[in-house]
Structures are given as C-alpha cells and as structure tokens.
Design a binder for this molecule. Structure first.
Ligand code: ZN
Length: 189
C-alpha cells in the first residue's frame, strides 16, 4: 500500500501489530484518529502508556492490579478460606462477572505445556505453595482448581494436586466454562 505520509504509514504499521487487526483496519483507525480532536488522541496515548507502565501484578495472587495488592486480596469481605487457582486474569474477570465466588484467587500465568516449553517453574506455582506455608496457612481450607479441560490443563491440575497433597486441604476441580454457581453456593466451613 502506498501511503501519502510516512507518519501515517508508521502509525498504521504499529496499530496493525495488535492481534486481530490487519492493515486495512489499522488504516481506518488511524484515519479516524486524524479526524477526531487532537486531545482525544492524546488521552488515548496517555491511558495506554499509564496502563503499560503502572499496571503490575498483585504480590499475593498475581492478578493484574494498580496496587501492590489487588482489590480482591485487599478486601476484607472475601472468604479467606478459599483459593481459586486460574490460568490468567481473564479467568478472574469471567468468574468475578458471575458474582458467585467470594473467595480469593491465585493466577498461574499460564499452564504447563511441554510443546510450548512452559514448565512448572515458569508459572506461579511456588508462590502458591509459599502462600499456603506463610501467613495464609491458618485460614485456607480449600483450593479450587479452575483450569481449562485440555490435555495441558489436566497436566497442570494433576501436577498441582500432587504438590498440594501435603497441605491436607480440600481440593476441588472445576473445568472452566462449567456452571459454577451450584458448586460455589455450597457452604465451605
Ligand atoms: Zn491479589
């Protein structure tokens, strides 16, 4: 494609690096930004930069957060006896949207996948063990494994079950996408 401007070409190239956005869509977005007020583009750029530089991982559960502790870990209203182990932040969002789970989370940051070279040490598994040995050891009664029912997910769940065994906790498994309500409405104490 021939661009009338090198600056537009650069912007199109950058935008088209985003997943699911081809050159045509990128050009449409760039031309849209050119038509809008300049300060709207500035706000967009600022919010993207702020998100990129300031969002961090919760020190406890590794969910994405603006603070050292995410709002879920920092809340006193959550059931401290339950930890739901998930693959990534999107799972936390999906489960939070059901408004049925009142416990805490632990975000692994992926699943064990030998094909993609992801081993247990690449995931937040040691930090889960550290939580169970540390200040939370008194409170936690149950671990819920909400990991996708794929071969990699099963491998991860199996690995976790083995690692969790010495802690003598109740371990439940919930496949992602299953109705969660019934399971999480059962009293846990
Ligand atoms: Zn957290």
């Amino acid at each position: 494609m021939e661009y009338p401007s090198k600056l537009i070409e650069d912007a199109v190239n950058e935008v088209s690096k985003l997943p699911g956005i081809g050159k045509k869509t990128a050009l449409r977005l760039v031309l849209h930004l050119l038509k809008r007020d300049e300060d709207q583009t500035e706000l967009l750029a600022q919010s993207l930069m702020a998100m990129r530089t300031k969002v961090k991982y919760c020190q406890k559960c590794h969910n994405l957060s603006d603070h050292d502790l995410c709002t879920i870990c920092a809340s006193h209203k959550r059931d401290q006896s339950l930890i739901c182990v998930v693959e990534d932040t999107r799972d936390v969002l999906a489960i939070e949207n059901t408004a049925q789970f009142k416990g805490l989370y632990h975000v692994l940051g992926g699943i064990i996948s030998p094909v993609e070279g992801v081993g247990p040490s690449d995931l937040q598994i040691d930090s889960l063990m550290a939580r169970l040995r540390g200040t939370e050891s008194e409170q936690v009664r149950e671990i819920i494994l909400a990991i996708s029912p794929t071969m990699e997910g099963d491998t991860t769940a199996f690995y976790l079950q083995k690692k969790l065994k010495p802690f003598n906790l109740k371990i439940s498994t919930i496949a992602r996408g299953f109705p969660l309500v019934a399971t999480w409405n059962t009293p846990t104490k």
